[in-house]
Design a protein around this ligand. Structure first.
Ligand code: HSE
Length: 448
């Protein structure tokens, strides 16, 4: 039976609904859509924690019999109804539907049916929330139910509830960090000498990676999460497809060696900041050089880290396991408890904002050339032409002359400026591959 809930939206501040301890009321019935890595971990966490006041009543999955007889199903109470018919969920007495299927279709349509049936939804579906989150939240409010998605970003790290509930009083102007566990797993292992392909295969085997590796390594998973964070922290609704991404697959072992000489390591960084004057959001997901003194450099394995910068409160760091069944299940259970206790923080209104990939930053350029005289002067010429100033030149000994990797770093310049120079350099006949161009994060870097 659906409970009656507030429908009004906040006007000026984050507000909280009246709290009722879960155990003081009849158990909240929940139905689960999807019994994969996170879904089965969720059932386990609920069973092991013996949470009072939460009762799992239904599990939906395609080919459900295969799931019902799996080892992962052993912790599921015998009373649970297993089904491959979504109508059994929407027609059930469950008050909260937990959506862990992922993807836009059929999840979006099914969520709408759940709202119409008076059911709140807890979801970890980052693509759905990134692309349709604002409209779905409005629809949920219209039906007097909740849509909560704390598990959609950074797995077990409570960055969404942390920002909503703990930082609602600040004006966050910038977010940056690591929100894809697979890329962090790959890059932090490459830092200690692992090969890209082997470590990607490990991440897939451990269940961290998306079904398509491209979603992780090319930045699409992180970009969806960055858009969700921009909405929560910057109150800016972004078109995920407009956010610039750069693959980590072109980063090589030699880049970690050169980065170390520069006092840095390499991480896939997602960053967004709101320009107070233009109201543009500067956003990018890309491998970047990160100073070893930055907390972002300290994240290893599947650890995620989000740093928020507030006008009044300064920097706040959120960190923990960003991928994996149980950490993500913890976030889902916490959302279930928040809905059950009617203590979900309400978001401030958001505005649609245009996105630009432009940042003012120093850059790292790595070339692989067939060595001959005049290469450095050609590169210097291309940089001088766009007005970019060289900061350092690094060439480690021992590489073969016919395939020589060396590095130039520049002083801060605009992304579009350095891209123009890289396009010109890529045409030089000594270049064996397109130069790798990475932003270097600095403490006081800013968007332009
Ligand atoms: N593939 C994602 C990651 C899973 O590696 O972070 C968690 O969203």
């Amino acid at each position: 039976m659906a409970t009656k809930r507030e429908t009004s939206r906040p006007k000026t501040a984050t507000t909280f609904k009246k709290t009722t301890p879960v155990s003081a009321t009849a158990p909240v019935k929940i139905a689960l859509l999807g019994f994969g890595t996170v879904g089965s971990s969720l059932a386990r966490v609920i069973a092991v924690s013996k949470l009072p006041g939460v009762e799992l009543t239904h599990i939906y999955n395609r080919n459900v019999e295969r799931k019902r007889v799996s080892d992962a199903a052993k912790c599921v109470p015998a009373s649970v109804v297993w089904t491959e018919n979504f109508n059994d969920i929407v027609n059930s007495r469950a008050e909260i539907v937990v959506e862990l299927m992922g993807g836009l279709d059929p999840a979006e349509g099914w969520l709408k049916k759940c709202f119409a049936a008076g059911k709140s939804v807890v979801t970890a579906n980052k693509q759905l929330i990134a692309y349709r989150g604002v409209a779905l939240s409005r629809l949920a409010a219209k039906h007097g139910v909740q849509l909560v998605h704390g598990a959609a970003v950074a797995g077990g790290v409570p960055v969404i509830p942390g920002i909503l509930q703990g930082l609602g009083g600040d004006q966050i102007t910038r977010i940056s960090g690591i929100v894809n566990g697979t890329c962090n797993y790959i890059l932090s292992h490459m830092e200690t000498g692992a090969e890209y392909a082997a470590v990607l295969a490990d991440a897939q085997g451990l269940g961290y990676a998306e079904a398509s590796p491209s979603a992780d390594v090319d930045g699409f998973d992180a970009r969806a999460k960055l858009c969700i964070l921009s909405r929560i922290a910057l109150h800016a609704e972004l078109d995920p497809d407009a956010v610039a991404t750069q693959t980590i697959s072109t980063v090589e072992a030699v880049d970690f060696a050169y980065a170390k000489e520069l006092g840095c390591t390499i991480r896939q960084v997602s960053r967004a900041q709101l320009d107070a004057k233009s109201k543009l959001v500067h956003a990018r997901v890309a491998p970047m050089l990160v100073p070893l003194t930055s907390p972002i450099a300290w994240s290893h394995g599947t650890q995620n880290m989000v740093v928020t910068s507030g006008r009044f409160g300064g920097d706040v760091v959120f960190s923990g396991h960003g991928a994996g069944g149980e950490p993500t299940a913890v976030a889902v259970v916490s959302d279930i408890l928040a809905v059950a206790q009617k203590s979900v923080a309400v978001e401030l209104p958001v505005r649609r904002r245009e996105v630009t990939g432009e940042f003012m930053a120093p850059h790292y350029l790595r070339f692989v050339v067939n060595d001959k005289p005049g290469i450095v002067s050609g590169i210097a010429g291309a940089l001088a032409k766009v007005g970019a100033n060289i900061d350092s030149l690094l060439q480690r000994p021992g590489y073969p002359k016919h395939s020589l990797p060396f590095v130039i770093t520049t002083e801060a310049c605009l992304t579009s400026t350095i891209e123009k120079a890289v396009a010109a350099m890529a045409k030089m006949d000594c270049m064996l591959e397109r130069p790798l161009c990475l932003q270097i994060l600095t403490v006081d870097d800013k968007a332009e």
